[in-house]
Design a protein around this ligand. Structure first.
Ligand SMILES: *[C@@H]1O[C@H](CO)[C@@H](O)[C@H](O)[C@H]1NC(C)=O
Ligand SMILES: *[C@@H]1O[C@H](CO)[C@@H](O)[C@H](O)[C@H]1NC(C)=O
Ligand SMILES: *[C@@H]1O[C@H](CO)[C@@H](O)[C@H](O)[C@H]1NC(C)=O
Length: 408
């Protein structure tokens, strides 16, 4: 077994004063909510598929279920529209228009409905000439469109990056951020900017991104599969350009939607996504169908202990500290002071749970004489251990152990 531990240069030595994060009062912890894309895509066929098409009915239904099924109480707050809500052209006044057959009451009506539930409404646009699905984009219309969103009572904007040269992004994304700010309405700003640079020759300018955006889609869109999930976790583990350094209250890396409750992941793999999104301080935006969801998936999504790690007020993003064939370990400093959350992820498919031995010091956890170690999902006690005690963790095939270590 070859373990290599990364250098534990926690962000605390590269002080937050060196990174400058957007502070518009929003997203002080990673935003939580629901977003249509992963599950409902661009289904605009309300005639033959009225229950699943992109329409005001879908968003009202999901808002109702966030409340009724306990998601709101667990912290999920935003109901977010994605692509395909628009008509194909602007109106005579050059304004964006929601499709009148699918949104007959209009966005203002929808936002009041969502607000009356005690929730917030998010909308989608694209920085380019057209959205990814070919609807009007906001290029050259930023101020009027930002004001329109504010007038409609919108609380969050996801701004995609199709149909525009990436060279314009360093100008356009900050400009739309300023346009949103000028409306004086607090509108959380999600940028797809670095997602369009991933794998390109130049690293995204994460400092500039974190100054303009509350969250930014970093890396490819998630798909409904374990392979897609692993690809995202690996990209975040590699942390090329040290983007983990630019996460904090007000500004978050966004590895895309939670696919828990859909078709592609086993029970254990769903736990992996929830645990990893918590350790990475990721936005928790569910992309599922809240009408049809297995009780065990719902329990994962509403697990209070895991959500508490995700929402930790320090907002430090976790890092991968060990990578060894199928096994990786991530740690994240959390409250109370001196504590850590950690995940041990097993990509292996060897059909019996892996028994893995680690000292806390192997995982970069040190500073106190001993720690109380608990399992996070169930809150079960593992025991009190010094940093040099060897502790055995059992991790299912394509599964995760999530722990917390609190100084004693
Ligand atoms: C606008 O920006 C200023 C300066 O960063 C910030 O204090 C304020 O909260 C922002 N207002 C809105 C509505 O975003
Ligand atoms: C929203 O639309 C519904 C149905 O068209 C209507 O009953 C309701 O009064 C409208 N609400 C507002 C706030 O305009
Ligand atoms: C990332 O951080 C490491 C040390 O923590 C440093 O050696 C490296 O140069 C940094 N890379 C970038 C692109 O900033």
């Amino acid at each position: 077994m070859h373990l290599y531990a990364a250098t534990f240069l926690w962000i605390s030595c590269l002080l937050p004063s060196q990174v400058d994060l957007l502070n518009n009062g929003l997203a002080r912890t990673p935003p939580m909510g629901w977003l249509a894309w992963e599950r409902f895509r661009c289904d605009i066929d309300c005639k033959d598929d009225p229950d699943n098409c992109i329409s005001e009915k879908l968003f009202k239904t999901m808002g109702d279920l966030l409340v009724k099924e306990g998601y709101k109480d667990a912290g999920y707050e935003y109901v977010n529209i994605d692509d395909c809500w628009l008509t194909h052209s602007r109106n005579a006044k050059n304004q964006l228009v929601a499709d009148p057959t699918r949104f007959p009451s209009g966005i203002t009506n929808l936002s009041s409905y969502i607000h009356n539930l005690g929730l917030k409404l998010g909308i989608y646009e694209d920085f380019g000439t057209k959205t990814c699905a070919g609807y009007p984009g906001i290029l050259f219309q930023m101020d009027t469109d930002a004001q329109m969103f504010a007038d409609w009572g919108v609380d969050m904007l996801k701004l995609d990056g199709c149909n525009v040269p990436t060279e314009l992004m360093p100008y356009g994304y900050p400009e739309m951020g300023r346009a949103l700010n000028r409306t004086n309405r607090p509108i959380m700003y999600s940028c797809s900017w670095p997602a369009y640079l991933a794998g390109g020759p130049k690293l995204p300018d994460y400092q500039a991104i974190a100054q303009s955006c509350n969250l930014w889609r970093n890396y490819d869109d998630i798909q409904d599969s374990w392979d897609s999930l692993k690809g995202i976790i690996d990209f975040y583990g590699d942390d090329k350009g040290n983007f983990s350094m630019f996460a904090g209250p007000g500004a978050w890396n966004d590895p895309d939607m939670l696919i828990i409750g859909n078709y592609g992941l086993s029970y254990d793999q769903q736990r992996v996504q929830m645990a990893m999104w918590a350790i990475m301080a990721s936005p928790l935006l569910m992309g599922n169908d809240l009408r049809h969801i297995a009780p065990e998936s719902k329990a994962i999504l509403q697990n209070k202990n895991v959500i508490a790690i995700n929402q930790d007020p320090m907002g430090k993003m976790g890092k991968r500290v060990i990578k060894n064939n199928d096994i990786q370990v991530w740690t994240r400093p959390v409250m109370p002071t001196g504590s850590y959350a950690f995940t041990i992820v097993n990509y292996g498919v060897y059909g019996t749970p892996a028994k893995l031995n680690y000292k806390l010091s192997d995982m970069g956890i040190s500073g106190a004489k001993s720690y109380l170690i608990t399992e996070v999902f169930d809150g079960g006690k593992i025991g009190v251990h010094t940093t040099s005690d060897v502790v055995t963790y059992t991790v299912n095939p394509t599964g995760v152990f999530m722990g917390k270590a609190i100084p004693q």
